[in-house]
Ligand binder design. Structure first.
Ligand code: TK8
Length: 334
């Protein structure tokens, strides 16, 4: 009997403690937008965030997610975050170079060789360096998630060597380094928001685009593209951003639980993305003509875009590029 009483007292105490803790959280519905569809692994990451928030705040903090660009593109959403009219966006780093020029470091072609390098750079002090720059621009980066290594699709021909870019009208992100890179490779590169890409491909306004396998599949570009060339020319991370203006209105407990949720989300999002990568490629093979680009040809492409480095590194900032290349040296054991 004493034991039961004690247990009851402990349970009551625990409940009280957790009710007390819950009082720290206000009822909030956080608007989260992004350009990919819900079946992209970003969906897995957001679901995890929702679960963590539900468990830790007793359902008080919620995320309302909008998919497929239904609530607008990444760049306007990011501006809404800066203005304090929207809480969250998951966006590629690339369209944000007009806001934080240092992010251009991630757009330099053939910078990362594999996911291990990307994780080491992004989750270490280098990632922190960019987080500080983002914060100064009104954006709190809760975590780096993964879009993946980018590959080329087009409706005209297999691209196996640098010369094959000639005559391909290619959508690039709204990013001067991508624009320069693909122009230098010989393509007719046109900047365009992600939300316009499917229709532009379908109507043949453009011949091609470049994105990771999983994004190509989940955004259904494979339905309107014939050739997939495995170039792996860039790894542009996803940023999971929160409006600094609105962040500053949260209390430390709310901030901590959001950071935790984004980190938990990162684990499952990256794992899902990597598990899906090969599966997506296999699915794309069913309808597309796939060619691998040899290491030697990737190297020739890199040599051809060398002037893009020379021209853009000063604009990005030698400090920012140095932060990334130093971190890369470290992970490469140099
Ligand atoms: C999704 C975008 C997209 C990006 C692009 O919102 O624009 O090509 O790679 O995946 O962030």
């Amino acid at each position: 009997f004493r034991r039961t009483l004690m247990t009851a007292a402990l349970v009551a105490g625990g409940l009280l403690a957790s009710t007390g803790a819950l009082a720290q959280f206000a009822e909030r519905t956080i608007k989260f937008t992004n350009g990919v569809n819900e079946d992209h692994p970003v969906g897995v990451g957001v679901k995890k965030m929702q679960e963590v928030l539900a468990a830790k705040t007793g359902g008080k903090m919620k995320i309302a997610a909008f998919w497929g660009g239904a609530a607008g593109g990444d760049l306007p959403a990011t501006q809404a975050l800066r203005a304090g009219t929207q809480e969250m966006v998951c966006t590629s780093s690339s369209p944000l170079v007009g806001i934080v020029k240092e992010l251009g470091a991630f757009d330099l072609p053939f910078l990362f060789a594999n996911e291990k390098e990307a994780d080491a750079v992004l989750d270490g002090p280098a990632g922190e360096y960019f987080n500080k720059k983002l914060e100064a621009a009104g954006l709190v980066n809760l975590a780096y998630w993964e879009n993946g290594f980018r590959n080329l699709t087009n409706s005209k021909k297999p691209v196996a060597k640098a010369e094959d870019f000639e005559g391909v009208k290619l959508r690039v992100m709204q990013n001067n380094i991508f624009l320069d890179s693909f122009k230098t490779l010989g393509a007719n590169a046109v900047p365009m928001a992600f939300g316009e890409v499917f229709t532009a491909l379908e109507t043949r306004t453009i011949d091609g685009q470049e994105n990771p396998f999983v994004t190509i599949e989940t955004s259904k570009f494979s339905e309107v593209q014939k050739y997939l060339s495995v170039t792996r020319h860039a790894y542009t991370p996803f940023l999971v951003l929160y409006s600094k203006k609105l962040w500053d209105q949260l209390n430390p407990q709310e901030q901590a639980v959001l950071r935790e949720a984004a980190r938990e989300g990162q684990k499952v999002q990256r794992a899902a993305n990597r598990a899906l990568n090969e599966k997506s490629l296999a699915n794309l093979r069913k309808t597309m003509t796939v060619n691998e680009v040899s290491a030697a040809e990737q190297k020739r492409m890199l040599e051809k875009v060398k002037p893009v480095y020379d021209k853009n590194v000063p604009n990005i900032g030698t400090e920012a590029v140095g932060v990334v290349t130093d971190a890369l040296k470290k992970v490469r054991g140099g």
